[in-house]
Design a binder for this molecule. Structure first.
Ligand code: GYE
Length: 305
């Protein structure tokens, strides 16, 4: 249904104040996302209040409440998990402050609680990862042992990337996810979980990591176990940040599904449109691609993040 703002007419851009409640600084993706959002608002001449919730929902709720108290014009946030937002979003609504979801979704049934959700289609990303695996193992007649490194439990990208992947690989009964654990989207988490998985499963063929950082942590664990990542154990990840792309170019990761963190310009556009009294689309989906090793080698020199 979209939403409208600016009941009292447009404000000058330098009078606007936007509060942004970020998830944390858990990954290369997140760092690039924060930088891009801050730079975009700076360039637009719109004041941005920024908070880092260190991956804790209670901190994010506190930040949003403080933005409401300060009477900001708009609130944007990337919900760390999907559930548990109705109360605070109702407070924003009661205060007349429009909310924009960036990057991650909430599972609220009340769509009047936010004007727009700007971000990727995570189910599609999971499907793209699954499709590569399906093609790679199209001719196998033996079971393929897959382990999954999940993102933050309860987060939209963790839920949806698992779902899209599972849907696609179900087409080949040889493809089996033998273990799945959260690494919380961090490099340290990915390494730790992979170490444990290598101990309990002598025969892992492929790692599907919900982001590059966990895949990079898995590489460290695989190398420490005396195995060759990308060969003895194949790795598929999501994001395509620079370190991930470098590992793909080096043959340590086999395939990456892109998820773009560059949401700043579109978020600024949404705020400007609302300020002008316009209507925005309730769902704005980020465009993204996938990368093989050759494509990573080609793309790396121009990669911004
Ligand atoms: O893939 C991961 C980050 O929500 C899309 O969060 C984002 C995810 C991203 O920590 O690296």
């Amino acid at each position: 249904d979209g939403g409208t703002g600016a009941a009292e007419g447009p404000k000058a851009l330098d009078e606007l104040v936007v509060g942004f409640a970020q998830v944390g600084a858990e990954s290369g993706w997140r760092t690039a996302n924060t930088k891009d959002i801050q730079a975009s608002f700076e360039e637009a001449g719109i004041e941005l209040k920024f908070s880092d919730a260190q991956q804790k929902q209670e901190n994010q709720i506190k930040a949003i409440r403080s933005y409401i108290q300060q009477g900001v014009d708009y609130i944007a946030f990337s919900p760390v998990v999907e559930t548990g937002w109705d109360a605070v979003l109702n407070e924003a609504k009661a205060a007349g402050i429009p909310v924009v979801l960036t990057d991650r979704a909430v599972d609220s049934k009340d769509e009047s609680l936010y004007v727009s959700f700007l971000g990727s289609d995570f189910i599609e990303e999971g499907k793209k990862a699954g499709q590569w695996v399906l093609d790679e193992y199209a001719d196998v007649t033996e079971p393929v042992n897959i382990v999954q490194l999940e993102g933050t439990t309860g987060a939209a990208p963790a839920i949806d990337r698992a779902e899209g992947f599972a849907d696609v690989i179900a087409e080949n009964p040889n493809l089996e996810v033998i273990e799945s654990q959260t690494g919380d989207f961090t490099r340290a988490g990915g390494k730790q979980v992979m170490e444990a998985m290598l101990k309990s499963n002598p025969d892992i063929d492929l790692v599907y990591a919900h982001n590059d950082d966990m895949g990079l942590g898995a590489i460290e664990a695989i190398e420490a176990a005396g195995l060759v990542p990308g060969q003895d154990i194949k790795i598929v990840t999501v994001d395509a940040v620079k370190d991930g792309m470098q590992a793909l170019a080096d043959g340590k990761i086999n395939f990456i599904v892109e998820c773009s963190p560059l949401l700043g310009a579109q978020l600024v556009d949404i705020i400007k449109t609302l300020n002008d009294g316009g209507t925005v689309e309730p769902r704005i989906i980020t465009e993204e691609t996938t990368f093989t090793q050759e494509q990573a080698i080609e793309a790396l020199p121009d990669r911004q993040y």
